[in-house]
Design a protein around this ligand. Structure first.
Ligand code: HEC
Length: 158
């Protein structure tokens, strides 16, 4: 099938319009991925601490941790390429909100992915609960401490 020469300007016009519409569509939709609210706006510290005492939540966190995190943090959270998560030293802070944000935002430049794309608020809460349950289990065999000394003082030691 061939297009008569006299139609060429219209065809060219259609193509130009198509390209222009595509550019506009991309510009409009580029940033429209739903922004996840900062974690501290989703769960309060006290709600997270309450969940950290719940055996069911901790168990859920353990499963998620074993599935996603042990490669870098070790099966017992003792640290491998990633930092030790059972000692009292934290790069970003030991508050549970802070821990959730560390997981959600990561630090891709240092090898920690941002997990907010795959893990939802409940998953983060469960992981933070599991990590809190590791508190006090450092037995001297884990990775050397990194960051500053910020023990989870709110947690009653067993
Ligand atoms: C590919 C390796 C890797 C994986 C997988 C990984 N992490 Fe990390 N993680 C790191 C590194 C490296 C850091 C240190 C980042 C930095 O220097 O800021 C880190 C930091 C953290 C911190 C902050 C620690 C602190 O001292 O403040 C937490 C909490 C954490 N990771 C939890 C998790 C959880 C939970 C998972 C699984 C969902 C996970 N990580 C998966 C490598 C990893």
């Amino acid at each position: 099938m061939s297009i008569p020469r006299s139609w060429f300007p219209y065809a060219a016009g259609l193509i130009t319009a198509g390209v222009a519409l595509t550019v506009v569509w991309v510009a409009l939709h580029h940033d429209s991925a739903p922004e996840q609210a900062p974690y501290h706006e989703i769960r309060s510290e006290s709600a997270l601490r309450l969940a950290a005492d719940d055996a069911t939540v901790i168990a859920r966190g353990r499963t998620l941790f074993q599935r996603n995190c042990t490669l870098c943090h070790g099966t017992a959270g003792q640290g491998l390429s990633g930092p030790n998560l059972r000692d009292d030293h934290w790069l970003k802070g030991s508050d549970l909100q802070r821990i959730c944000e560390s997981i959600a935002n990561g630090n891709p430049a240092k090898g920690m992915a941002a997990w907010s794309a795959t893990l939802k608020a409940d998953d983060l809460q469960a992981l933070a609960a599991f990590i809190a349950s590791l508190h006090g289990t450092e037995d001297g065999t884990g990775k050397a401490p990194e960051g500053s000394h910020q023990p989870m003082t709110w947690r009653t030691r067993p």
